[in-house]
Design a protein around this ligand. Sequence first.
Ligand code: CA
Length: 254
Amino acid sequence: MKISYQAVSDVGRKRKGNEDSLFVNPEQGLFVVADGMGGHAAGEVASRLAVDAINEFICLTGDDEEITWPFGLDETISYDGNRLKTAIRYANRKVLEATKEKSEYEGMATTVAAVLVDGDSANLGHVGDSRIYLLRETRITQLTTDHSWVNEQIVSGLISPDQARSHPLRNVVTRALGGKTDLQVDMKVQKIETGDLLLLCSDGLTTMMGDEEIAGLVSEAKGDVEKAARSLVVAANAKGGEDNITVVILKFGE
Ligand code: CA
């Protein structure tokens, strides 16, 4: 299926630097958003390391199926699912190694939300609170489940999603790359239909805007991915732009 896309990362209105990183490799069908954490510029280093490592592994396994799988094969998912899952675990190892290289990198970490498209299937892999949404006609569906403290509170029925977005602990992630070696990666496959859109984003978008606001702006753009991405960033900044804002929108056509 033909993919058109737009990718934008914006520093927002409150932060000095941009700790988000994005990577698109349309030839491989790979699209990644990562949101780094850490003091000084370490968050930026972590997210950049992660997206580069994911792309490196995806490119390596795109050409040669006879490679050695550093973490073994998961027989419950497809070949491309394995490529993506292993790429994220490989990226985790790279970030972990880097945390030991310099004292200022100690404790740095990053989220990852990644899509690897294979025909009419989108393999989704994620860790942390960056999200992937499906927009089909006027409906919006969050395909990922945040690994965050506030999401645990929502699941337990203690707070609402609206309260979560303004909660003082909204930035606390419970799973990230750079934490431990045996990282658990959430994997999913989404069947794609013509006209579908996938949105990958960092929490700088979703703490500023609710799902229905996001869906409204994307649908106003009428399939123009450039316009949709731009209007999401403008809207998140208009609401305060408290964090870095990264959006990658894919549109699937004939
Ligand atoms: Ca963030």
